[in-house]
Ligand binder design. Structure first.
Ligand code: ADP
Ligand code: NI
Length: 218
């Protein structure tokens, strides 16, 4: 096993130990799916495999949603971990930059990802926010934040800044309009676009059925 593979295996174990059993949809299996999606996309799109692997594994290591709202902390924590394994500063910086930019930051906030490896990891992460898995994760997150599943009196909102988006306290059905249904348009890679298209159709069907059941008409 060469050195890079050894580092990836060790970082994988560290992330597994930390996120095992996490209950908001950011558990180890989310990371594993994102990692596998990222590998699949990298095979098609190219880019530095080592950076893609490390960024996928560490992308939720200290997310702003769980660390008290710090948007830069994830990158810092990742750098600290990677420095322990002797990863070069260039690679540390690239991984940290991806992690700090990967998150969705509001319907009216532009994505800032500029390097190919980051686009790959962002698509890989977003695929896992969509479809049946995406629906399950959204309700797990909403429950963990004590939110209602739906409240017809509260309409979806547009968010112009990441702070506004992070402060948002809506019910989970609104998360579809404030994020999930918008992701298809924002995918970077052809693999990401294809999966997003299929999974978005499924989520729209889910919403249709949900409203019918809510009204008692189906
Ligand atoms: P991102 O970094 O883009 O936020 P994550 O991997 O952290 O991506 O996962 C985000 C997922 O967390 C969402 O796709 C959704 O499943 C869940 N989530 C985040 N915010 C909310 C919310 N307000 N309501 C319901 N689910 C949410
Ligand atoms: Ni994630």
């Amino acid at each position: 096993m060469d050195l890079e593979n050894k580092i990836v295996a060790e970082v994988m174990q560290l992330v597994k130990d930390k996120l095992n059993g996490e209950g908001t949809g950011h558990d180890w299996f989310h990371i594993e799916r994102v990692y596998n999606n990222a590998l699949q996309i990298q095979r098609q799109e190219g880019g530095n495999l080592f950076i893609v692997e490390l960024a996928a594994l560490l992308h939720d290591i200290s997310d702003h949603k769980f660390n008290g709202g710090d948007f830069e902390k994830g990158g810092e924590v990742a750098k600290e971990i990677l420095s322990r394994y002797g990863v070069t500063e260039d690679i540390q910086e690239a991984v940290a930059d991806i992690i700090n930019k990967v998150s969705f930051k509001g319907s009216d906030v532009k994505d800032e990802m500029s390097i190919l490896e980051g686009m790959i990891v962002q698509d890989a992460d977003r695929i896992d926010a969509l479809g049946a898995i995406g629906i399950a994760r959204a309700f797990a997150y909403g429950g963990a934040k004590q939110r209602e599943i739906y409240n017809p009196d509260i309409p979806p909102q547009k968010h112009k800044t990441k702070e506004e988006y992070a402060r948002g306290e809506s019910h989970t059905i609104n998360h579809f309009y404030e994020k999930l249904l918008l992701l298809e348009e924002r995918m970077h890679t052809s693999y990401g676009k294809k999966l997003a298209r299929e999974r978005t159709i499924f989520m729209k069907q889910f919403l249709e059925q949900f409203y019918e059941e809510w009204k008692g008409t189906r």
